[in-house]
Structure formats: structure tokens, C-alpha cells
Write a protein of this length. Sequence first.
Length: 104
Amino acid sequence: MGEYDRLVVDYALLESSKTNLKDIKKALKDIDKHRADVHDIWGHDSIAGKMDDFVSNWDNYRRELLENVEDLGKQVETALKSFEKLDLDLKKASEKKHGKSGGK
């Protein structure tokens, strides 16, 4: 068998992706808590009003982005669990066929 006929799974990358997606999800959810913090810095009421409009618009996009991040996080988690299970199943099958040494 050659180098290119094997599936190589980077578990560290999947784990870090899962962690990063959780962090992004938390940050997106926590953004709304800071809305009142910045309202007063705009000074003029008309500017503050326009910024409120912008933030409200952003909320719609943020919700959509949050849904996508959550979906991607679920997919990464599923892939990670599936590859881990497959690795374990292949190990068990090899040990059953070749013994604990795996045929080496």
C-alpha cells in the first residue's frame, strides 16, 4: 500500500476546531450584552439611532451566523466521534484477526 491510499485524520485539528467553534458561538451570543455599553459613546441621538439600526440589522445576520456555527460544530463533533469509533473498530478487527501485535 502506498502513501496516498490511507486516510489520515488529524484529531488535534478536529479537537481545536470544535473548541474554536464553541468560543465563536459564545462570543456571538455574548455580543448582545454589550449593546447598552456603547450606546452613550455615540453622543448625538441621531448617530446613536443609526447605530441602533445597524446593530439591529447585525442581529439578524448574527443569528444566521450563529446557527451556521452551531451546525458546523455539530458536524465536527460527529466527524470526530465517527473517526474515533472507526479507529477503535479497526483496531479490534485487526487484533481479532492478527492478535494484539496487529500482525507485525
